[in-house]
Write a protein that binds this ligand. Structure first.
Ligand code: TPP
Ligand code: SF4
Ligand code: MG
Length: 392
């Protein structure tokens, strides 16, 4: 644990616009510098006008969730929260209050008497973050301080389960709060128990890999982005740590709007999913590129945009890398269960129009034959497998 910084300290050293760091001068001349990787998922930043560059590339970014916290190595939630809150801080000109539900994000960031937050930050209970945030927003409104903005955040358990009633009320009243859910698909802080957002067939401490239907039960679970849309609030979006630039953009967009807003971020948990800490981004990308986690935006209950899949992969590629799904491949391959999960991905692809180019997932504008493909991504044609019957 390093010492916690305070907001009075100087910002972290970074690349200042127009100044070339010494290290680049020392690079061997024989090694060309490549600015854009055509066909990869990398996002160019340096060649953009300063105003269009990412929040994280700004040396004066807020570092709202700063170093020294106790998240596991490769924690998707820590990464997502850092990007989301820095973007919110930029949008609010630093006039931001963050309310946190109980969960890993709260526990790893605030071991008393330390904190990694460089923002006015409140924690009350596991299930009341939306209610507390609504109260904070109402108090500032009553004081006429409309420039102070409010963000609430919580894990999937705090959001879709215990905090659900308070969140629905916040939506229904259209309270001026941006709520961000970091979805790692289980109650990670207390030892990986199932939540209403745990996907079918996933093994958790409370959904063991036994019986005819191993792991979590099949069913829809609680699809909170769609439930939020049903409240017809001004803005709902999904995002993923696989595309942090998109996450930043959605937070900035949400902060332009007043009223209740909801962003649902996919944040892999290496400990709970049984993945290597270096694979957090890869596994998050596999979730979006298989169609299992659709990335989209909705306004007043209607989907207005979705992020197309760039290289479609079968869900099996996503499942295979995670120990929570190991029972689908050994000791006996469970093709029936894999097929049902594939059918869910196929339904998302249809529902959110994730392959707008038709059945061929390879799009000429983003691929480059000279670029070696990541062997973990296998291109295939979409099949429209019949949907499984709901059995939950
Ligand atoms: C009323 C109440 N019940 C249970 C707990 C114990 N508890 C603390 S965090 C947590 C799980 C949090 O899961 P989630 O919201 O998904 O966040 P994550 O830790 O996965 O980020 C639980 C069950 C609690 N603090 N309060
Ligand atoms: S258990 Fe998971 S969510 Fe919690 S800190 Fe570790 S990686 Fe992050
Ligand atoms: Mg969780």
């Amino acid at each position: 644990m390093t010492e916690t910084q305070t907001s009075s300290q100087a910002p972290e050293a970074g690349f200042h616009h127009g100044i070339v760091p010494e290290v680049l001068h020392d690079a061997p001349a024989s090694k060309p510098v490549k600015f854009y990787q055509v066909g990869s998922f990398a996002v160019g930043n340096r060649l953009l006008p300063v105003a269009d560059r990412s929040v994280q590339s700004d040396p004066n970014r807020a570092n709202t969730l700063t170093s020294g916290h106790r998240a596991c190595q490769g924690c998707g939630e820590a990464l997502g929260a850092r990007y989301a809150l820095d973007a919110a801080m930029r949008a609010a000109n630093g006039q931001l209050v963050a309310v946190n539900a109980t969960g890993c994000l709260e526990v790893f960031s605030t071991p008393y008497p330390e904190t990694s937050w460089r923002v006015a930050w409140l924690h009350s209970l596991f299930g009341n973050a939306p209610a507390v945030a609504s109260g904070v927003a109402a108090a500032y409104k009553a004081m006429g301080k409309n420039d102070i903005r409010v963000v609430a955040q919580g894990g999937d358990g705090g959001t879709v389960d215990i905090g659900f009633g308070a969140l629905s009320g916040m939506f229904e009243r259209n309270d001026d709060v941006l709520y961000i859910c970091y979805d790692n698909e289980a109650y990670m802080n207390t030892g990986v128990q199932r939540s209403g957002a745990t996907p079918p067939a996933a093994r958790t401490a409370t959904t063991q890999a036994v019986g005819d239907e191993p792991g979590n039960v099949f069913g829809q679970g609680k699809d909170l982005p769609r439930i939020a849309m049903a409240h017809e609030i001004p803005y709902v979006a999904t995002a993923s740590v696989a595309d942090l630039r998109d996450l930043e953009a959605k937070v900035l967009r949400a902060m332009e709007i007043r009223g209740a807003r909801y962003i649902h971020v996919m944040v892999p948990c290496p400990l709970g999913w049984g993945t290597a800490s270096c694979d957090t981004i890869k596994v998050a990308r596999q979730a979006t590129q298989s169609g299992l986690f659709p990335v989209f935006e909705a306004e007043y209950g209607e989907v207005v945009a979705s992020s197309p899949i760039r290289r479609l992969i079968p869900v099996e590629d996503y499942l295979r890398g995670q120990k929570r799904y190991a029972h689908l491949f050994s000791p006996k391959r469970r093709q029936d269960v894999i097929d049902r999960l594939q059918a869910q991905a196929d339904r998302n692809i249809r529902r959110y129009n994730l392959l707008p180019g038709g059945s061929s997932p390879e799009r000429a504008d983003i691929t480059d034959a000279s670029e070696p493909h990541d062997p973990s991504f296998t291109t295939q044609t979409v099949t429209t497998t019949p949907e499984p019957e709901a059995t939950a």
